[in-house]
Design a protein around this ligand. Structure first.
Ligand code: ADE
Length: 413
């Protein structure tokens, strides 16, 4: 085990006060969590449960962790990405008695050790973002676990594969599949924060740029819509004919990546797939092209290929921007090809994470109450949770909606 992890598994405990201020800032915009926690607080339904969290350690995650703690849970947390940790937030969580194994810039080995440290606490319920904690747990460390939740599309895909191979060792709720998660977090949250990550790191003008978005799932839709709104000319690349058609009818150009590679100014991958932008594309790109990834894993831009076609070692031109010289042209890689909205910006805004993490909190409560009756399979978030989250979010915005009349109910039945 690294000395770092043994001595001090966070960056700097002195940052706790700044982390507390960020927690309070986010909590003010995430009142839905307090609302659901307050309803349950007297019963302390999570007392006696240990939670193991593998989430991006952000101010929004601190609101989820503190809400779960207020319901009686004992918590250990590590980061879902070695570069996304907000060190002040990690210090705050640690100061609150939450066992925190996270600092920005963990090596791959340290990242794995942090996950292992969370599993060492023998959690009853595990909450993951991307599937690394679930995967590590399934290497013969599932004994204590009665259930889990999963935050993101990439993690749900890994769990579906485990389920198909009969390997799933505890029930998991796919939080990503809730309507009040992916329709909002993936589209409006990641849509905005991806633009934010490109803006903060590269700082380029979007108006008039040719932006190429690979993948037209919910994240791709969000990124494309926001880029268009800022004046970019957007082209979508897809392998799914239905999504490609949808992109076309939403008003975007649709082309093969190999065709559009010479024209793009900014390329953003949003596919969850590996090696989307590779050697054959890099060599066609124009001088000044910018590459960013919005997918969970750093596999969508083939970095090995990029190094292999580079004429020299890359240069860091500013934080989160590396310059590669390819056949005499400069190509810029943002955030080392890691998830740009969390590495070069601070993740999705609190108002969006309020919806996602309300689903997480209520799903954790659901598992605490019902795990004895649950099977070893992937579950969707119960519909009543999804609807309750939407209702409260509308209420928080001061929006009232109509109800069906008795006549309408009869007409439909
Ligand atoms: N995933 C995307 N944005 C996030 C945030 N702000 N906090 C935690 N996880 C996230």
């Amino acid at each position: 085990m690294s000395r770092r992890l043994q001595t001090n598994p966070i960056s700097d405990p002195k940052l706790a006060e700044q982390g507390r201020r960020l927690y309070e800032w986010a909590a003010n915009r995430m009142t839905i969590l307090e609302k659901f926690a307050a309803k349950n607080r007297t019963k302390k339904p999570l007392a006696g449960f240990k939670l193991g969290l593998c989430l991006h350690v952000t101010k929004e995650t601190s609101v989820l962790a503190m809400a779960a703690k207020s319901l009686g849970a004992e918590i250990a947390i590590c980061s879902a990405n070695p570069l996304s940790v907000q060190n002040d937030v990690a210090a705050f969580l640690s100061s609150q008695g939450i066992r925190t194994f996270a600092w920005r810039g963990e090596t791959k080995e340290e990242y794995d050790q942090c996950i292992s440290s969370v599993l060492d606490t023998k959690p009853d319920i595990v909450t993951d973002d991307g599937g690394d904690l679930h995967t590590a747990a399934h290497k013969s460390r599932t004994k204590s676990i009665v259930g889990g939740t999963e935050e993101t599309t990439s993690g749900v895909k890994r769990l579906q594969s485990m389920q198909r191979h009969g390997k799933l060792a505890y029930p998991v709720i796919a939080v990503n599949n809730a309507h009040t998660k992916h329709l909002f977090d993936n589209r409006y949250g990641t849509g905005q924060s991806t633009i934010d990550g490109i803006q903060r790191s590269a700082g380029v003008l979007f108006a008039g740029k040719h932006m190429v978005v690979s993948g037209y799932g919910w994240v791709g839709k969000g990124v494309a819509a926001r880029a268009k709104g800022m004046g970019a000319n957007v082209t979508i690349t897809e392998v799914d004919p239905v999504k490609a058609l949808e992109a076309r009818m939403d008003g975007f150009d649709v082309m093969k990546l190999s065709e559009v590679a010479p024209y793009g100014d900014i390329f953003v991958t949003c596919t969850g797939q590996t090696s989307i932008i590779r050697k054959e594309h890099f060599v066609k790109m124009k001088n000044g092209a910018i590459l960013a990834n919005a997918g969970h894993f750093d596999v969508e831009i083939n970095i090995q290929d990029l190094h292999s076609v580079a004429d020299a070692q890359p240069q860091t031109v500013r934080q989160d921007v590396e310059e590669f010289l390819v056949r005499g042209r400069k190509i810029y890689l943002l955030a080392k090809g890691r998830v740009v909205n969390l590495v070069a910006a601070s993740g999705n805004p609190s108002e969006i994470m309020a919806l996602s993490f309300a689903n997480q909190l209520l799903s954790i409560l659901h598992i605490a109450e019902n795990h004895d009756m649950m099977e070893l399979k992937l579950y969707d978030v119960p519909e009543e949770i999804d609807v309750a989250v939407a209702r409260y979010a509308l209420e928080a915005m001061g929006i009232k909606i109509d109800r069906q009349t008795e006549k309408q109910k009869k007409y439909q039945s």
